[in-house]
Ligand binder design. Structure first.
Ligand SMILES: O=C(O)Cc1cc(O)ccc1O
Ligand SMILES: [Fe+2]
Length: 450
């Protein structure tokens, strides 16, 4: 992978043994990192005076008393309160927030979209296109799904979402998230997780960039309990990478945009807010390489529920019923005997928003293309199209490797409502449901397989 230089003037903590390219391995670890030696207080959080004249500040991602609490201590050139004052409401008309049920758009249905294309100069903020929303941001439950189209870097512009944690799934191009806690670069087949409240700027490393975002209003994503699978496989904690500390000391007129209860507000600041010289704690952004996901599947017969492919789950408070599951359908071996191997026909109380990152999906051999999305909403039937059904019903069942495939699902316990953009402007495939039209009646009253 090409190494990209750091932004000019940014100072980054040195890598330690075992880390690469400025990241520290582990999910939910209590990390510590400093870009200048001795910047991090040892043995305490709040010394009377911090080294280098830094200000100590805590960023809490859970209630103080949650178990376990998630928080990070930052040591920064200026406290954040100097980075935000006198907010002015601004409009980002394509970024919508639940509850949002537009008139004249029907969410009940099976929907599929071709890739949304970028037009003109778009940044992380102006290029965000909400497809669906679910739940309610005011009660911190539910989610939104978005497509992002980014062609232009944010320059002296910063953003944070007080509403949500963002799970970013790149499909095209390479992006850089220069955050308060360090720098994360992502490419297709990787993901980034940006916690609620964290300030960042998004830069284009290789454009144009397109991808998907799951905006999680609820409890944070965590690794699923593996149950009888045991201590290994699926997403392994060490493959998540948090950035080492990196800061810039730049006094230049800048703007900070805040997403708060679905509204966007802007404030003017006189410096870069990426001024955290050192930090320690367990509330941090991550990247994760989806190619390190170790799938577990059927090794004799039948097709298990897709929950077996969960990468991350965001709990809802009801055990076993996620606010959101992030599920990955990657390349893998198919070996099940006497089995219809692709997904079965089904109706699901959870609603399923899928995106194709790369290649071909086994239940839809055509039509669900890289960059495209589909929605099978709560309790709406779906399954393989006719060609996938016929192919899988008649294929030779030797061991077969599904290659050239990577799709994902944002599955939520809440129904998803289409935005006006998704229903009227995005490239909706009007003929999608015809893919099941030619499924034949095979039943003729006589026993035996047809
Ligand atoms: O609908 C889909 O394609 C997603 C899906 C995949 C699978 O293997 C089982 C169930 C399911 O909803
Ligand atoms: Fe499904």
């Amino acid at each position: 992978m090409t190494r990209h230089d750091l932004p000019q003037g940014m100072v980054r903590a040195p890598d330690r043994a075992g880390t690469t390219e400025g990241y520290m391995p582990g999910f939910g670890n209590d990390f510590e990192t400093e870009a200048l030696p001795g910047a991090l207080p040892q043995g305490m959080n709040s010394p009377q005076k911090c080294n280098y004249g830094l200000y100590g500040e805590q960023l809490s991602g859970t209630a103080f008393t949650a178990h376990p609490p998630e928080r990070t201590w930052t040591y920064r050139i200026r406290p954040s309160v100097k980075h935000s004052a006198r907010y002015e409401r601004i409009d980002l008309p394509y970024w919508k927030t639940a509850p949002h049920v537009p008139e004249g758009v029907t969410s009940l249905g099976q929907y599929r979209w071709d890739p949304v294309q970028a037009e003109g100069d778009l940044t992380w903020l102006t290029g965000m296109r909400t497809m669906t929303t679910a739940g309610d941001v005011n009660t911190q439950v539910g989610m939104a799904s978005h497509v992002y189209l980014v062609t232009k870097s944010m320059v002296d512009e910063y953003f944070y979402s007080a509403d949500s944690e963002l799970l970013v799934v790149p499909q095209q191009g390479r992006l850089r998230f220069a955050t308060e806690l360090g720098v994360i670069d992502v490419a297709p087949q990787e993901i980034a997780i940006l916690p609620r409240g964290l300030v960042y700027r998004v830069e284009v490393l290789d454009g144009p960039c397109r991808g998907f975002v799951c905006e999680n209003y609820g409890q944070k994503f965590e690794l699923p309990a593996r149950g009888p699978i045991g201590a290994n496989a699926l997403a392994n904690p060490r493959d998540f990478k948090a950035p080492v500390a990196a800061f810039e000391d730049r006094e230049v007129a800048s703007t900070l945009t805040i997403k708060w209860c679905g509204q966007f507000h802007e404030t003017k600041i006189a410096q870069s807010p990426l001024d955290v010289v050192a930090w320690h704690g367990n509330y941090a952004p991550y990247k994760y390489d989806l190619k390190t996901y170790c799938p577990v599947g059927a090794i004799l017969f039948d097709h298990p529920d897709p929950s077996i492919f969960t990468v991350l789950t965001a709990p809802s408070g009801v055990p076993g019923t996620a606010n959101i599951d992030f599920v990955l359908f990657r390349d893998r071996w198919m070996v099940a005997e006497n089995t219809f191997r692709p997904p079965w026909y089904h109706k699901n109380i959870m609603s399923e928003l899928m995106g194709n990152i790369h290649g071909q999906y086994d239940a839809k051999l055509t039509g669900f293309v890289p960059g495209g999305m589909s929605l099978h909403n709560m309790m709406l039937p779906h399954g393989p199209d006719r060609d996938a059904f016929e192919g899988a019903s008649n294929s030779n069942l030797g061991p077969h490797k599904l290659e050239n495939t990577m799709s994902f699902m944002f599955e939520t316990r809440f129904p998803q409502h289409l935005t006006e953009f998704a229903g009227k402007k995005a490239p909706l495939q009007d003929d999608y449901i015809d893919c099941w039209d030619s499924l034949e009646k095979k039943f003729d009253g006589t026993p035996g397989t047809k």
